[in-house]
Design a binder for this molecule. Structure first.
Ligand code: FAD
Length: 258
């Protein structure tokens, strides 16, 4: 396995830093290759602007200019290097703390800058019968991706009736909208809850469970997201066909097969 770990925490001695280190050691000890994008350590520039694209049109058009820069090989070296790492990897892990129910800004900024037009979106035929290669197809098809997220709140707060909303819903924009969109299969997330009150014993249990998840990545079934182009969706509206929803299921869960 060739794994890219994209790590987003400002403190190397943090829980997130420890989980990242466990992943590196566990995977390498098992004979796998690992690259790490440690975004704070790299001082990753998190905002998209004209400096990313070399020459731009009369005014900045982020979609078109990012696609042109990708096509002509004029993206900045930092973006091109991350795209290369993604193409090299067969497995991608995001390691981050849940901040305001989402990923830290520096990680969102990595996605904004690295997932350019023509690389991660705007790929494939766009017509009345086909709306591009995405959701299961695309540049990153055939790769696997997984989140490792630490969360301050307790697990029941993130269940079906939990006050914070179900964790699968909160992570849907990342798992479906960022990983699955350019084609990656998405493995169930590794979620560590109650991190603000984590005892030494809890940490030991978490570390063991994380090692087990890492060592079973190749045997883990991905989340059964529906592919865009296999007939489950009406064209051109791209709405799920009537009757395909599992009984009583609504919302984001519609896009997961029973
Ligand atoms: P740390 O603070 O580094 O550590 C957490 C615990 O793990 C500590 O008890 C520490 O002693 C222990 N620990 C760390 N490393 C080790 C080690 N190597 N060995 C043994 N024990 C260790 N929570 C929510 O639920 N929802 C939110 O929306 C949310 N938003 C947030 C927004 C912001 C801006 C911030 C700062 C926090 C937010 N939180 C939220 C809480 C956040 O998710 C947690 O603070 C975070 O997950 C903890 O991860 P960490 O790596 O920073 O942990």
């Amino acid at each position: 396995m060739r794994t890219l770990i994209v790590h987003a925490h400002p403190e190397p001695r943090s829980l997130n830093g420890a989980l990242k280190d466990i992943a590196v050691t566990t995977l390498r000890d098992a004979g796998h290759e690992v690259q790490i994008s440690d975004l704070y350590a790299m001082r990753w520039k998190p905002t998209v602007d004209a400096d990313d694209f070399g020459e731009t049109s009369d005014r900045l058009r982020v979609v078109e200019d990012s696609g042109h820069a990708y096509d002509t090989g004029t993206l900045t070296a930092d973006i091109a290097a991350e795209q290369e790492k993604l193409l090299w990897a067969d497995t991608v892990i995001f390691q981050f703390p849940l901040w305001w129910y989402s990923m830290p800004a520096i990680l969102k900024g990595w996605v904004d800058r690295v997932f350019t037009y023509h690389f991660a979106y705007g790929v494939g035929e766009h017509s009345d019968t086909r709306y591009g290669d995405r959701y299961g197809e695309g540049t990153l098809a055939g790769k696997r991706a997984m989140l490792s997220v630490t969360i301050g709140g307790r697990e029941p707060h993130y269940t079906d009736r939990g006050i914070n909303g179900p964790i699968d819903d909160l992570l849907f924009p990342i798992q479906h909208g960022i990983f699955y969109y350019p084609g990656m299969d998405v493995l169930p997330p590794f979620v560590t809850y109650g991190t603000d009150r984590l005892s030494a014993e809890d940490f030991t249990d978490t570390a063991k469970a994380w090692e087990q998840r890492l060592l079973s990545i190749e045997q883990t079934d991905p989340i059964a997201f529906r592919t865009q182009n296999s007939g489950d969706y009406e064209m051109p509206a791209l709405r799920l066909r009537e009757g395909l929803e599992p009984k009583g299921r609504t919302g984001f869960g519609l896009h997961v097969r029973a």
